[in-house]
Design a binder for this molecule. Structure first.
Ligand SMILES: C=C1C[C@]23C[C@@]1(O)CC[C@H]2[C@@]12CC[C@H](O)[C@@](C)(C(=O)O1)[C@H]2[C@@H]3C(=O)O
Ligand SMILES: O=C(O)CCC(=O)C(=O)O
Ligand SMILES: [Fe+2]
Length: 338
């Protein structure tokens, strides 16, 4: 496969250098979704890390390699061609993340992948003349939706919740608001070789994802890191044949804080390009979000005010990348007087 030609990203502000984490040990939980007994390890991974790697997923490697090839072709186009599909919130972007001042050493293509694809003016308009990338995105995201539902059903089994589709129905809904993102991190010539081996410029700054679950797959270039509950960062070794799942903010709320929305970031590499594809599984805009009552004991109080996904999205999209987006929805709980 051809690698992306070095594309210059027109950035005016160089993201802040960061220190590489010291740890090389990788404790990332690995979940074999072909084995129903993995449900217990899955729940533990969501509680302890909010993050896990899925193997034996059954997603055809052909589907992934075709899309990666199409992504590489797209990012190799002249900037003027890519800018023809520039836009916000959907479209091509370069250097700027969101519209509240965040920057990163990254270019991307952000798409809306509602099930009711015919009613979405964005995807066809953008990709109409590029039949192969359009089909690759549609097939890949269909497969991601199916895998996400399988994982959510295994999760409800592990949590002892019935019916099995309590969570999966939120993302398989005809109107579920899901997104898809292709990210390209070119090798970064600006890396300061003096700091910890030089892998120290932010590609995509630290954040949590707002949705329910996000599914990440990358080529063989590392750079992705997660933040542990003790505050330290660990590098996630790349594995192009597996998928990495992030617990997102909405799943943290649905489980009343039992599952952790994992903070993550991407550091750039001075030598090789990173190409990643992320499927963000969200509920429908009108879906009301509050902790599942079947997960609460009598004495448990909800940690969050109820909101609709649409309300959460509006609030999230006016925040900076590293903000705690759930904070405005936290309930003020007062200790009982004794
Ligand atoms: C700075 C921002 C980019 C983001 C919207 C936001 O205002 C805060 C959340 C960001 C995020 C993170 C996960 C996904 O990459 C994303 C598409 C999303 O749903 O929330 C991005 C948003 C974006 O890039 O527009
Ligand atoms: O590109 C990556 O590897 C991760 C990017 C990410 O976290 C995101 O797009 O939300
Ligand atoms: Fe993310």
């Amino acid at each position: 496969m051809k690698t992306v030609k070095h594309t210059f990203i027109a950035m005016t502000i160089l993201p802040k250098p960061v220190e590489e984490p010291k740890s090389v040990f990788s404790p990332i939980p690995v979940i074999d979704i072909s084995d129903p007994e993995s449900k217990h390890a899955l729940v533990k991974a969501c509680e302890d890390f909010g993050f896990f790697k899925v193997i034996n997923h059954g997603v055809p490697s052909e589907l992934v390699s075709v899309l990666e090839h199409e992504a590489v072709e797209f990012f190799s186009l002249p900037t003027s061609d890519k800018n023809q599909v520039a836009g916000y919130p959907f479209g091509y972007g370069n250097g700027k993340i969101g519209r509240n001042g965040d920057v990163g050493w990254v270019e991307y293509l952000l798409m809306n992948v509602n099930l009711d694809i015919g009613s979405d003016p964005f995807l066809p308009a953008l990709l109409n003349n590029r039949e192969t990338i359009r089909n690759a995105v549609l097939e890949y995201t269909t497969s991601m939706r199916k895998m996400t539902c399988d994982v959510l059903e295994m999760m409800t089994d592990g949590l002892g919740i019935k019916p099995r589709n309590t969570l999966s129905k939120l993302v398989s809904d005809q109107n579920s608001d899901s997104k898809f993102r292709l990210n390209h991190y070119p090798p970064c010539p600006l890396i300061n070789e003096n700091i910890d081996g030089g892998n120290n410029v932010i590609g995509f700054g630290e954040h949590t994802d707002p949705q329910i679950l996000s599914v990440l797959r990358s080529n063989n270039t590392s750079g992705f890191q997660i933040n542990l509950t003790n505050g330290s960062w660990i590098s996630v070794p790349s594995d192009p044949s597996s998928f990495f799942f992030n617990v997102c903010d909405t799943l943290q709320v649905l489980t009343n804080g039992r599952f952790k929305s994992v903070k993550h970031r991407v550091l750039t590499n001075s030598m090789t390009s990173r190409v990643s594809m992320i499927y963000f599984a969200g509920p429908s805009l009108t879906q009301r979000i509050s902790p599942l009552t079947c997960l609460m004991n009598n004495e448990d109080e909800s940690l969050y005010e109820e909101f609709t996904w649409s309300e959460y999205k509006s609030s999230a999209y006016s925040s900076r990348l590293s903000d705690n987006r759930l904070q405005p929805f936290e309930r003020k709980l007062f200790p009982l007087n004794d």
